[in-house]
Design a protein around this ligand. Structure first.
Ligand SMILES: *Cc1c(COP(=O)(O)O)cnc(C)c1O
Length: 527
């Protein structure tokens, strides 16, 4: 079987050769030119040193009792050895620069190099948060501009810039909500937070962390919040609802206006999980939907690196009702100069505190603003449109061989499948994902959201070309055919080609080995 892609070149038909000897280990443990690599502590460099200095002359050091007598406990490696160690490790990681990274809910889009270039300008990369304010005016202006665009894109009057991830932003939003209820004297009564069953795990975790009782809200058969169930649970004991829109099933909450009306009528606040903002940026302003607080994952929607590639950043936009409780610090534009409001006094008298030591992730602010300015308002709108188009293309082209969880109508930015199409094959979602690794594709998000059995959540983002989407679809269709044809070993044994084969994932999660300890008789004698 061979299909043609848009440039007329036949796409690879995904051959499968069970008799091929890929199951036999190589002599070195390497795979092709990918070298095997052990922990740096397992290298045999213990009796060497990477530097060569003459013995110090004179009366010894001034360190007195602080002089080290024990071995330092680090292997001595030359520069090329150390370099190769880390480069080899880096090759064992998948990266968005290598191939499609279709993790649903994560928005793994290309990180434009322009962003990186801007973030490396010395005026942004070489400054320190304790520098005098007069010497960092440009950095403050950039933060102020980014804040302006975040407020403009969301239609919200205020933004807290310092949270360092989406989950940290949720914490910020709920702490602002708690502060507002404390200020109005209702905190003692309002102890519940309503969260739909499809929510990301961080939502209930955040609510519990802030001291609230989490109450689940049911979902309808078409994957949306059950408004009747929500209405029955809203009351004067509810502090807030936390709703993701578009939700984690990749669907727009059609009743969002009714949801926010009911919430406000009950005196509660509407926290929106904005991790999926990529699907609606430039098209829908959450402020128009009645949202009171929403985090924005700069590392998702605005292309700053995430995963192993960089720290997150989760600014939180706030409604007028919550703005007075925003955490310090924030930037004020005084017309001819910029300053930081840092203390919880005067104009920040009601601030609930602060989220972190300094001002947030400066490098991510630079990258996000660079992304916004290089796209412009029309480009940002197209981001959302193309992200949704790509997801619907995948949904349309796979729905005849895999079972879409919500087959009726289009999806937003991610296509969700369940595992009912694998029924009777003895192959699970996990097995299918492992076989994708052999074909050079990072698996999609699996078993999330929890409301869909054996969920496979695919988010291509707007930055994938049609050729790459076709290559992905061709591979998945061939794998689906192999699964239905009963080629179970191909799935149960996968991955055959990865540096490591099947791992005991439960043990890795429950009993992770985070420290290396020297084996018996190991002499850590490096100088
Ligand atoms: C990614 C994500 C989060 C958490 O964001 P982090 O930056 O990883 O903390 C929360 N909710 C949803 C729906 C997400 O996709």
């Amino acid at each position: 079987m061979s299909t043609m892609n848009t440039v007329g070149r036949p796409t690879a038909p995904v051959p499968h050769q069970p008799e091929h000897d890929y199951k036999h280990p190589t002599l070195t443990g390497g795979r092709g030119l990918l070298q095997d690599e052990h922990l740096i502590f397992e290298s045999d460099g213990w009796f060497k040193t990477g530097v060569d200095l003459p013995e110090p002359r004179g009366n010894g050091s001034d360190l007195g009792a602080l002089v080290r007598h024990d071995p330092i406990g680090l292997p001595g490696l030359s520069e090329p050895q150390a370099m190769r160690h880390y480069v080899r490790l880096s090759q064992k990681n998948h990266a968005i620069d290598l191939a499609l990274y279709p993790l649903g809910s994560c928005t793994m889009k290309h990180n434009p190099r322009l962003n990186e270039k801007m973030a490396r300008l010395p005026g942004f990369s070489d400054i320190h948060p304790l520098q005098p304010i007069s010497t960092v005016q440009g950095a403050l202006e950039l933060m102020d501009q980014l804040a302006h665009w975040l407020k403009t894109l969301t239609g919200m009057p205020a933004v807290a810039m310092s949270p360092k991830a989406g989950a940290h932003g949720e914490l910020c939003g709920l702490m602002a909500i708690r502060a507002a209820h404390e200020a109005s004297g209702e905190h003692a009564r309002r102890r519940k937070v309503l969260v739909p069953t499809s929510a990301h795990g961080t939502n209930p975790a955040t609510a519990a962390f802030v001291g609230y009782t989490v109450v689940e809200v049911a979902q309808t058969a078409d994957g949306r919040v059950d408004v009747a169930d929500l209405a029955s649970k809203l009351g004067d004991d509810v502090a807030a609802i936390m709703v993701t829109n578009p939700n984690t099933c990749g669907l727009f909450e059609r009743d969002i206006l009714e949801i926010s009306r009911l919430t406000h009528e009950a005196g509660a606040y509407f926290y929106c999980d904005g991790a999926n903002f990529n699907a609606i940026v430039g098209r829908v302003r959450p402020g128009d939907l009645g949202v009171d607080a929403m985090h924005i994952n700069l590392h998702k929607t605005f292309s700053t690196p995430h995963g192993g590639g960089g720290p997150g950043s989760g600014p939180v936009v706030l409604s007028a009702a919550l703005a007075p409780f925003a955490p310090a610090p924030w930037v004020v534009n005084d017309g001819d100069s910029f300053r930081l409001v840092e203390r919880e006094e005067d104009e920040a008298a009601q601030a609930f505190g602060r989220m972190c030591a300094f001002n947030g992730q400066m490098g991510m602010f630079v990258r996000a603003l660079s992304y916004m300015m290089s796209h412009g308002s029309d480009g940002l709108r197209q981001v959302a449109e193309d992200a949704v188009l790509n997801a619907n293309y995948i949904k349309a082209r796979l729905s005849d061989v895999m079972s879409a969880a919500f087959p009726d109508g289009p999806c937003m930015h991610e296509a969700l499948f369940d595992d009912s199409w694998l029924e009777g094959t003895d192959i699970t979602t996990l097995d299918f994902a492992k076989a994708m690794i052999d074909e050079g594709f990072h698996p999609m998000t699996m078993y999330f959201p929890l409301v869909v059995h054996g969920a496979m959540l695919i988010e291509p983002t707007e930055t994938e070309s049609k050729q790459e989407l076709d290559r992905f679809i061709t591979a998945l269709r061939a794998l689906a055919a192999a699964a239905k044809a009963g080629d179970v070993e191909r799935f149960k044994g996968a991955p055959f080609h990865a540096p490591l084969r099947r791992l005991d994932e439960t043990r890795a999660a429950r009993a992770p080995k985070l420290r290396w300890s020297a084996p018996e008789g190991h002499n850590m004698a490096a100088e």
